[in-house]
Ligand binder design. Structure first.
Ligand code: BES
Ligand code: MN
Ligand code: ZN
Length: 497
C-alpha cells in the first residue's frame, strides 16, 4: 500500500473515493459538513431519511454527489463524538480500509485522520491510521494453493491533514507508521508459519536475509558447537530432544558509532510440545507461536533499519524446538547454564526460561545500555492479564516506566507485575542452584524471577507476550505485538538524545 499526506478541501479532491465520518446520532464531521454544503444538503438529506445512524461499523457509499470532483464518497459511522477513544478510532479506520478494498476504489483520500481522538494529536492519528490499514488488510495465504484475490484492491491512501502547518509532521507519521507496519507484518508472517517450515534454521536464514536487505544490519549465527564452547548447557539441553539443530541468531543494527547498544532478546521456540512433560493435545498447534518473541525482534530490527534510527540495537534470538525424545530433558535433570549456575529441570515444559537464560548471559558481552527480553513465557500471564496487555517485569524502574509509556502512546500496551525478591524463594531446589519452576502461584512472576538471576549485570526488562502475541477464534493469527511498543520505545530514545 502507498500512503501519503495532504491538506486540502474535500470537494476539490479528484479521486476515486473520499472517506468522511458521521457521528451518532446523524451528526456530520467537519469534512462531511463541507461536502454537504457544496452539494446543497445532499448528504444531510440522505441521513435524515435514516440511511446512516452513525454507529461504529456502519458505512454508506454515495455516487455522483453534486459539485464534488470525486467518483464516490464513503461515509463511515464513528459512534458518539465524545466517546472517540483509541479503540473506536482503530475500528473506524479498519472499517474504512476493508470497505475501500471491497468496493474496488483502488485509491482514496481519507478525512478520518482529522477527527479528534481523546488525548491524541495529528501525528498519532496519522501513524495509527497507517498501522491500522495495514493490519486490517493483512492476510496470510502463502500456504494456500487457491488465493482469494480482490479484483480491484486498495492501492493508495492519502491521509488528509487539517492545516498545511501539520503536513511535515504527518509525513513523518506516515513514514513511522509504515516502517512499524512492515515490522509487524514480518513478525506476523514468521509467527503464522507452521513449525515444520519455520524451524530454527529457517529463522537463521531470515536473519541473514535481513542483513542482505538492509545495509545497517549484520547477522551472525552461532551453531551448536559454538554454544557448546560457550557452555550454554541450559539452551542446549532443550534442543537435545529435537532433530532440528538449535541456532543462536544475533542481528546488529548500527546506527551510531559510539553509543552502548540496546539488546533485544526474543524467545525463538519454533514448536513447544512441552518435551517429556508433554502438553495436552487441545490447541497444541498454537505452540507454533512460541517463537513470537523472536519474531518481534526480527520485526523491530526491520522497522529500525527502515527508519535508519541513529541507535545501536542488537537482536538475539535463541531458537530451538521442545519435543519429547529419548535424548530429551527429563524431569529431575540438572544442567549447568553459561553463567555457571546449575538448574534442576522439574518440568521440561518450562523451557523458555532455559533457552533465554543463556541468551541473557550471552548479552553481557555487548556491554548493553539495557536488555529487554520478549517471550511467550507463561500461560499464567494469559490468566493474569488476558490478551490485551503484555506482562512487564523489570529490575530497573526507569526502564519499566519508559516501556509502559511507549506502550500507552503506541496503543500496544503492557502492564507491570512486581519482581520482588520474595518470589525467588519459590525457585529453591535441594539439588541445584535453581529450580526451573516455582509452583502454581504467581507463575508469570516466578518465570521472570528465574530470569532475573541471569540479568544482574545490566538494566533489564522482560515482556511476557503469551497473551498478546496471537489471537485465537475467527481472528486466529499472530498480532505482531510488541513491535509497535518496542519501536516506540526506541523512537522515544532517539528524541531524548
Ligand atoms: N510457551 C509456553 C507458555 C504458553 C502457554 C504461552 C500457553 C501461551 C499459551 C511455555 O513454554 C510453557 O509451557 N510454560 C509453562 C510453564 C510451567 C510448566 C511452569 C506454562 O505456562 O504452563
Ligand atoms: Mn513450554
Ligand atoms: Zn514455550
Amino acid at each position: 500500500m502507498e500512503f501519503t499526506a495532504k491538506s486540502g478541501n474535500p470537494e476539490k479532491q479528484r479521486t476515486a473515493c473520499i472517506v468522511v465520518g458521521v457521528f451518532e446520532p446523524r451528526r456530520l464531521s467537519p469534512a462531511a459538513e463541507r461536502l454537504d454544503q457544496v452539494s446543497d444538503g445532499f448528504i444531510s438529506n440522505l441521513i435524515r431519511r435514516g440511511d446512516l445512524e452513525g454507529k461504529i461499523g456502519q458505512t454508506l457509499l454515495l455516487h455522483n454527489v453534486p459539485n464534488t470532483l470525486c467518483d464516490r464518497i464513503l461515509l463511515i459511522g464513528c459512534g458518539r463524538e465524545r466517546e472517540l477513544h483509541d479503540a473506536q478510532y482503530r475500528k473506524i479506520i479498519a472499517t474504512a480500509a476493508t470497505t475501500l478494498n471491497d468496493i474496488g476504489a483502488m485509491e482514496a483520500v481519507c478525512y478520518l485522520t482529522e477527527l479528534h481522538v481523546k488525548g491524541r494529536d495529528n501525528h498519532w492519528n496519522v501513524r495509527q491510521a497507517v498501522e491500522t490499514v495495514e493490519n486490517s488488510l493483512y492476510s496470510f495465504d502463502q500456504l494456500k494453493s487457491k488465493k482469494d484475490t480482490t479484483r480491484r484492491p486498495l492501492r493508495k491512501i492519502v491521509m488528509s491533514v487539517a492545516s498545511r502547518r501539520e503536513l511535515q509532521d504527518s509525513e513523518d507519521a506516515v513514514t513511522e507508521g509504515y516502517a512499524i507496519a512492515q515490522g509487524v507484518k514480518l513478525a506476523k508472517d514468521l509467527g503464522n508459519l507452521p513449525g515444520n517450515i519455520c524451524t530454527p534454521s529457517y529463522l537463521a536464514e531470515q536473519a541473514l536475509a535481513l542483513a542482505h536487505q538492509y545495509d545497517s544490519i549484520d547477522t551472525e549465527i552461532l551453531e551448536q558447537k559454538d554454544m557448546e564452547q560457550l557452555g550454554m548447557g541450559a539452551l542446549l539441553s532443550v534442543a537435545k530432544g529435537s532433530r532440528q539443530p538449535p541456532k543462536l541468531i544475533c542481528m546488529r543494527h548500527t546506527g551510531n558509532g559510539k553509543d552502548k547498544p540496546i539488546v533485544l532478546v526474543g524467545k525463538g521456540l519454533t514448536f513447544d510440545a512441552g518435551g517429556i512433560s508433554l502438553k495436552p493435545a487441545a490447541a497444541m498447534d498454537e505452540m507454533k507461536y512460541d517463537m513470537c518473541g523472536g519474531a518481534s525482534v526480527f520485526g523491530v530490527m526491520r522497522a529500525v533499519a527502515e527508519l535508519k534510527l541513529p541507535l545501536n540495537i542488537i537482536g538475539v534470538v535463541p531458537a530451538s524446538e521442545n519435543l519429547p525424545d529419548g535424548a530429551a530433558n527429563k524431569p529431575g535433570d540438572v544442567v549447568t547454564s553459561m553463567s555457571g549456575q546449575t538448574i534442576e529441570i522439574l518440568n521440561t515444559d518450562a523451557e523458555g526460561r532455559l533457552i533465554l537464560c543463556d541468551a541473557l548471559s550471552y548479552a553481557e558481552k555487548y556491554e548493553p545500555e539495557a536488555v529487554i527480553d520478549i517471550a511467550t513465557l507463561t500461560g499464567a500471564c494469559v490468566i493474569a492479564l488476558g490478551k490485551h496487555a503484555s506482562g512487564l517485569l523489570s529490575n530497573h524502574s526507569p526502564l519499566a516506566h519508559d516501556l509502559l509509556n511507549a506502550g500507552k502512546s503506541s496503543g500496544d500496551r503492557a502492564w507491570e507485575l512486581p519482581l520482588w525478591e520474595e518470589y525467588n524463594e519459590q525457585l529453591k531446589s535441594p539439588f541445584a542452584d535453581l529450580a526451573n519452576i516455582g509452583g502454581r502461584e504467581g507463575g508469570a512472576i516466578t518465570a521472570a524471577a528465574f530470569l532475573s538471576n541471569f540479568t544482574k549485570k545490566y538494566d533489564w526488562a522482560h515482556l511476557d507476550i503469551a497473551g498478546s502475541a496471537w489471537l485465537g477464534g475467527d481472528k486466529k493469527g499472530a498480532t505482531g505485538r510488541p513491535v509497535p511498543l518496542l519501536t516506540q520505545y526506541l523512537l522515544d530514545r532517539c528524541k531524548e538524545k
